[in-house]
Design a protein around this ligand. Structure first.
Ligand code: SF4
Length: 424
């Protein structure tokens, strides 16, 4: 999707555009400087004077006139103070008030139904899962996948599995560490299958990395919940291996999983989660879910919803099923109506927020090592703050100026945006 962003008014409005731009990009969309090529237009309006309100109104009309096919989203002070008036303006598809600004990207994608499936179930997800930065880098350890999940185009696009040799991976990590990177994320299309064709496995790779590097943090990217070596979870006893896994479940109903040709049924998934949580305190499990897979009945949806709730994830990435030519799923009958997908997606987003909130609350008053990133403007307060992540990948805001360093903080409170505040 191509996104065109425009702000009127104060510096904070401009700063918010930058944050939204990054967030759209993380979800795989592109920012377009060309208005006429955009699929979505976002306007951050202003109402500081009558003149500013008039200009905001004019801008909405002008941009819609110049690209009438793009979806138009309006936020900012003018839109907040005149919500119903703005919603009635010709061409406006969505109004996001200032109170909801921090969720503008999610709201735009879900309410305008742009939340489509990633191209591959795993690799593409890394970019919405983790942010790259001066402190963090991705290390690709393998490519390809031997499975044939029916919604996934990966086998067509990527072919057979190929793993990089351990020495090459270690050299790359050591080189990045020397250059100031403090956290690496191991990624692969089927990361759990690492080494199969060269007589190795993922545990062996991680063990070598722990022994032959001194990089403070090692994370795993999205990992299919099968093919995990038997000693896998004991590796997390080393505090340099971060206790967070993104295990794509895709559906919490076995008959849907079967139609998806997934290799992990709900019972097996629950057993993996239990093992992780038993072995390591505060282990964070996040997942991907596809809603509205062809033929997903009301009963199957309910089973899926109940299972997701029972597991209790730290976060969910929710995708409405979208037809992708070349996949087996594209040939399945009984597509789910758009309205039903939208309603299921909304229900799941609500559950995701409450589960995330619940998990964050279990972390309050605990001490945690945070790796701080470059300070930036906080959307809620307008203050310049540092942000960073705990080992189990919870975002923390603090007044630390220790850019690209680790420090021990107490996780004090939770903000509206589901961010913890850390106090040294
Ligand atoms: S396991 Fe399935 S979803 Fe994952 S990459 Fe392979 S075919 Fe795609």
């Amino acid at each position: 999707m191509l996104i065109y962003l425009k702000a009127l008014g104060c510096r904070l409005n401009e700063a918010e555009l930058e944050t939204w731009a990054q967030s759209f990009q993380k979800q795989g969309h592109q920012i377009s400087p060309q208005l006429n090529q955009a699929n979505i237009i976002i306007i951050n309006s202003c109402a500081v004077t009558q003149e500013a309100a008039r200009k905001s109104r004019q801008l909405i009309r002008r941009l819609h006139h110049q690209n009438p096919t793009a979806k138009l989203v309006v936020s900012g002070c003018y839109a907040t103070l005149n919500e119903s008036e703005v919603a009635q303006l010709i061409g406006v598809d969505l109004v996001v008030s200032n109170q909801d600004k921090s969720q503008l990207v999610e709201k735009t994608l879900s309410e305008l139904d742009f939340q489509t499936m990633p191209v591959m179930s795993t690799e593409a997800g890394e970019h919405s899962l983790f942010t790259r930065g001066r402190q963090r880098a991705f290390i690709k350890v393998q490519d390809g996948c031997r499975y044939r999940c029916t919604f996934c185009i990966v086998t067509v696009a990527r072919g057979e599995e190929i793993s990089r040799p351990i020495t090459a991976i270690i050299d790359e990590i050591n080189h990045l560490h020397q250059q100031g990177i403090n956290e690496v994320i191991l990624t692969g299309v089927h990361l759990g299958g690492y080494g199969t064709e060269i007589n190795l496995d993922l545990s062996t790779l991680i063990r070598h990395i722990l022994q032959q590097t001194t990089i403070p943090r090692i994370r795993l990217g999205s990992l299919e919940p099968w093919d995990l070596p038997t000693d896998f979870f004991s590796l997390f006893e080393n505090p340099r291996l971060m206790p967070h896994l993104h295990l794509p479940l895709q559906s919490g109903c076995d008959s849907v999983l079967k139609r998806m040709a997934r290799r992990c049924k709900t019972q097996e998934f629950a057993a993996i989660v239990e093992k992780a949580r038993q072995q390591i305190a505060d282990f964070n499990i996040t997942t991907d879910i596809i809603v509205g897979f062809p033929g997903e009945t009301e009963d199957e949806w309910q089973q899926s919803f109940d299972f997701i709730k029972k597991i209790g994830f730290g976060d969910l990435h929710i995708f409405s099923y979208s037809h992708r030519a070349g996949t087996k799923a594209a040939t399945l009958s009984d597509p789910i109506r758009k309205q039903v997908k939208k309603q299921r997606s909304k229900q799941l987003h609500e559950l995701a927020l409450s589960m995330k909130q619940k998990f964050i609350e279990t972390q309050l008053n605990k001490e945690s090592l945070v790796l701080w990133e470059t300070p930036q403007e906080d959307l809620e307060t307008g203050k310049r703050l540092s942000f960073g992540y705990t080992p189990n990948y919870l975002r923390v805001a603090g007044e630390s100026h220790l850019e690209n360093s680790l420090s021990l903080v107490t996780l004090a409170t939770r903000t509206k945006n589901y961010i913890l505040t850390g106090e040294a």
